[in-house]
Ligand binder design. Sequence first.
Ligand code: COA
Ligand code: AMP
Length: 631
Amino acid sequence: MSEFNELFQKSIDQPDIFWAEAAEDINWTKKWDKILDTSNPPFYRWFSGAELNTCYNAVDRHVESGRGDQTAIIYDSPVTDTIRKLSYKELQTEVAQFAGALKNQGVEKGDTVIIYMPMIPEAAVAMLACARIGAVHSVVFGGFAASELAIRIDHAQPKVLVTASGAVEGKKIIAYKPLVDSAIEQSDHQPEKCIVFQRKFITSDLQEGRDLDWNELVAACEPAGCVAVSATDPLYILYTSGTTGAPKGVMRDNGGHAVALYWSMKNVYNIDAGDVFWSASDVGWVVGHSYIIYGPLLKGATTIIYEGKPIGTPDAGAFWRVISEHKVKVLFTAPTAFRAIKKMDPTGSFLEKYDMSSFEALYLAGERLDSDTYHWASKLLNTPVIDHWWQTETGWAIVGNCRGIEEMEVKAGSPTLPVPGYDVRVVDDAGVEVPAETEGNIVIKLPLPPGTLVSLWKNEERFISSYMKTFPGYYETSDGGFIDKDGYVFVMGRIDDVINIAGHRLSTGAMEEVLSMHPDVAECAVIGTDDQLKGQLPLGLFVVKAGVDRDPEDIKSELVKMVREKIGPIACLRETSQVERLPKTRSGKILRGTMRSIANGKDYRMPSTIDDPTSLEEITGALGTMGYPKN
Ligand code: COA
Ligand code: AMP
C-alpha cells in the first residue's frame, strides 16, 4: 500500500486516532474529553471538552516560539502602489490593539461582528481580533450590494460592524461607507457601532454616536489578550449562496478548524512554516478565510494579501511579478484567473521577465478546471498544476492531490483522490451506491472530518434539510459526478440552482427572486450558461404580465440594474430575454435543467412530465436567436 493510501485508510477506519495525532500540533489550553462526539447525529462534534484560542495559535505562539520577526503578512496592492510587510510580532500588536478596541465597544465572547472590508491587512486584523476575544466574525464580500449586506446584518445580528472607507476595484474607486449606511438603513437589526478604517484615497463621513474611526479607537485602548474558548464554540459564520434568496450561514468551530487547516497546509499544499503561500482570492470567500488568513498563519507561513487582479493591474504579468518579488512557493487561485491571463497573453510572454525559481506548484479550485487551462498552465509554468475540489461548507479540500504526503498521478478532468478524512461516494437518486464510472450524486459518508461546517447559524432545520436529509447517513454535496475504477473522483458540476461565476458562488434562485419583483414580470427563470472566461454566466428569461406592452429593451435594462442593485455587480447578470412562455411540467415546475442543456448545447431528453412539448421548441428558437449555444 502506498503511503498516501495507508494514511487515507487510517483516517477512515480510525478517524479519532488519526485526528488526535493531528491535534498534537495545536496548542490547547485544555485537552478534549472526547475526540469525536457522536451522541447527536448528524451534529457531530470534534474535540468536545477541549479549549483553545485560534488567534493564539495563528499569531502569538509563533512570536513565543521565535518567529516574531518573520513576515506574517505581505500586503501587495498594485492598485494603490503599496507593499507593506507585517512581522508576526507586528501582527500580534495590531491584533491585540484592535481586540482591545472591540472590547471597549462592548464586544464579548459569543457576540457577532460583521466585517465588510476590501483586501487590506486590517481585514485580517479584524478577523483575528474577533477570534482573540471569542467573538464570532462574519465577513461579507465587498462585491455584494447593500441589500445583501442588510440580509446578513439581520441574520447575524452583529453588535459591531467593521468596514473601510472604500476599495479600488481594478481601476475604479468604490466607496464602501454609503453601501454600509444604506445596508444599516435597510436592516431591522441595528449594529451598535460601526468602525471605519479610513483609506488615504477616500474618506467617509462618520455618523455621530454610531461611527468610530479605526485609528482613533485603537490609539485610545489597551491591548487585549487571548480568551480560551471551547473547541466547539463558533469561530465564524460565512454566508454562502443556496438555492433561494436567503443565504446559508455556514458555521465553523474553533478546534476542528484549527486542526484541519494546520494539517492541510503540509499535507495538501506541501507548505512548511516560513514558506510563502499565496492565495489570490478575497477574504470574503471561503478560500480567503481558510487560505489567506487561518491556514497559512496557523502554520507559521507567510501569506499574501493581494489587492489587485490577474490582469490590468497593470498587465497579464501581475501574478508572475508577485511570485518573483515575494518568493512565493505555492499559488492558489481559481481557473478563471488563468483563463483571463491566457486570453490577454496567450503565449505567456510576460513570464520571461520574472524569476520564478521559488515557485513549486499551482493549485486551482472554485470551479471545474477545463483541460485547455490545465494544459496551458502546466506547459507555461512547468510545475505541477493541482486541481482540488471543495466547498464553502467543507472549508478545505474534499478531493485533491496531497503532494505533501505523496504526489499521485494526475488524470486530466479529475481533482484526483479523496483527501484523508473524506469518505466520498456516488449514489443514485434513491441513495444506492452506483458502480465505478457511473454518474450520480456525490455524497460524503458521515461523520465529516474536522473543520467542516458544524451547522447553519441559527438554522439547524435548514442544515438538516439542505445537507443531511436526502441521503441519510451522508452529507449531500449537491455536485454530480463519478468515481472511476482507480478511485479518482470526477466532479461534473452542481445539480442544484447554484452557479459559479468566475469562481464566485451565486444563486440563480436569488436572481429570480429579484427579477420577479419587477412590476411587469409575470414569471421568470435564471439559468447558468457556459462562458469561456468566467466558467458560467447567468441568463434571465422572463414572461411579461398580460396587458404589458412596453419595449422589451427597457424592461431588460431595468432587470439588469435591479440585480446589480439588489445582489451586486458580482452577479454579472447582463443578459435577459423576454419570451412568450417558459416550458413547464404538468404540475407547473419550470424546466430549468432542460433549458440549461439547450442553452449549453448539451443532449437532453424530452421530460415525460412536460406540459406542452411545443414550449421547448419555442424556447430553443428564442435561445438560438440570442446565439445559444455560444461555445
Ligand atoms: N468590491 C466591489 N465590486 C467588486 C468586487 C469587490 N470586492 N469584486 C468584483 N467587483 C465587481 C467588478 O468591479 C465588476 O463590476 P463591473 O460589472 O462594474 O465591471 C463585477 O463585480 C464583476 O467582477 P468580476 O467577476 O471579478 O469581473 P472582472 O471583469 O472585474 O474580472 C476576472 C474578471 C476573471 C479578472 C476576475 O473575475 C478574477 O480575477 N477572477 C478570479 C476569481 C477568484 O479569485 N475567485 C476566488 C475564488 S477561489
Ligand atoms: P464555493 O462554496 O464557493 O467554494 O463553491 C463550491 C462549488 O464550486 C462546488 O460545489 C463545485 O460545484 C464548485 N467547485 C469547486 N472546486 C471545484 C473543482 N475543483 N472542480 C469542479 N467544481 C468545483
